[in-house]
Design a protein around this ligand. Structure first.
Ligand code: NAD
Length: 351
């Protein structure tokens, strides 16, 4: 066995119902005296509650999906004007993303309190949009110093969003098995993450008000993001990035639709990992485990239903082949990717 593995330096606190205590301890540890709290409109109330004991200098509520640059600029200006010394973000990937945009130019430390399963809190990747074009980059400055996970804050996330967001997290696990920097450490995180999501998401769907499923799903979401942050972006994420950009498809739902097809395509190239994923999903094969899970969760089935036009398949396949990551376990040919995208568009059973 030979590998080189980078671990991102970050503290993770995990305790349901304890976000306020966790935040107080982390802000004190940073010695921060002027905190900027970033939370979108729907997270405003819980954010106020869990940050009531902090030295808050500014509350920022303008959060927009995919972080438009003008939104980032206003948040950055507010941070400078109010002379803040730490950022606390309370929300999903869009909120964490805005905090990262502020940290990128100011160097301010972030304490992230995630309320979805997106996983941005565990990566050093930032993203911003300008004129509908999304730019991403990686910078250690934007990695939150601490994540405060409190599953009670996810109880309000509607089931449909929870399922889509959770399958997005599962996609981080699966893609980590063959991504460019896949190694035994991030594979271990990915397999444990897949197990936790496989157990947690059906519980969330069945009993959205119960903490047990929420805790497992959130734990799985963290592991999935830590695996993905280390392994990098594999074929699945390249496909979703191309499709999302070309046809403006919804982020998490696109992942949910495409994942079974990429798994069916790549699984024969990684037999050892496939077996471990199958065991994690408690099924004879990984593909069968994923199909059963998607069925139980009533996950979205086809790209057609998400609004992708049929005449976009050929162009999309070409763009995917051009963007395919080096070292994919199976050759990424135009014929194979055209078949894959067409099957996902139709929503036919993955092979
Ligand atoms: P989101 O943050 O846009 O949230 C989706 C919706 O859910 C919003 O309306 C939000 O207000 C609402 N919401 C959030 N938490 C809630 C809760 N607990 N209860 C009720 N409603 C709640 O969506 P997301 O899927 O979390 O994040 C997607 C964004 O994150 C995308 O822009 C994606 O590119 C980015 N992302 C980045 C990384 C990274 O590493 N940089 C990783 C994953 C996702």
């Amino acid at each position: 066995m030979q590998f080189v593995h980078d671990t991102l330096a970050q503290r993770v606190r995990f305790a349901s119902g304890a976000a306020a205590e966790g935040l107080a301890a982390e802000v004190a540890a940073l010695g921060a005296r002027r905190v900027m709290v970033i939370a979108g409109a729907s997270e405003e109330k819980p954010a106020e509650r869990i940050t009531a004991g902090l030295p808050v200098a500014h509350r920022h509520h303008e959060v927009v999906m995919h972080v438009p640059v003008e939104v980032a600029d206003r948040a950055r200006a507010a941070a400078v004007e109010r002379d803040v010394d730490a950022l606390v973000s309370v929300g999903g990937g869009s909120t964490t993303g805005l905090a990262k945009a502020v940290a990128l130019t100011t160097g301010l430390p972030i304490i992230a309190v995630p309320t979805t399963y997106a996983g941005s809190e565990a990566t050093a990747v930032w993203g911003m949009t300008e004129n509908s074009v999304k730019t991403t980059g990686s910078d250690p400055k934007v990695l939150p110093r601490t994540i405060v996970y409190d599953a009670a804050l996810t109880l309000t996330l509607p089931v449909e969003l929870s399922v889509a967001s959770g399958l997005n997290a599962l996609a981080h696990c699966v893609d980590s098995l063959w991504a460019p920097r896949a190694d035994p450490v991030n594979q271990a995180l990915a397999i444990e993450g897949a197990w936790a999501l496989g157990v947690g998401l059906p519980l969330v769907a069945a009993e959205p008000d119960a903490l047990e499923g929420r805790e497992k799903a959130l734990y799985g979401a963290y592991l999935s993001a830590a695996a993905f942050a280390s392994a990098g972006s594999g074929l699945h994420h390249k496909i979703c990035h191309v499709l999302g950009g070309m046809f403006n498809l919804p982020h998490a739902q696109t992942h949910a639709v495409v994942l079974p097809y990429v798994l069916a395509f790549n699984a024969p190239g990684v037999p050892g990992a496939e077996q471990r994923l199958a065991a994690a999903l408690d099924a004879p094969s990984a593909s069968e485990g994923l199909a059963r899970l998607c069925e139980r969760l009533r996950a979205p089935r086809s790209l057609r239903d998400l609004g992708m036009p049929a005449d976009g398949i050929a162009d999309a396949a070409q763009a995917v082949v051009a963007a395919a990551p080096a070292g994919n376990p199976r050759p990424v040919t135009l014929d194979a990717i055209t078949d894959l995208v067409r099957s996902a568009w139709e929503g036919t059973d993955a092979p």
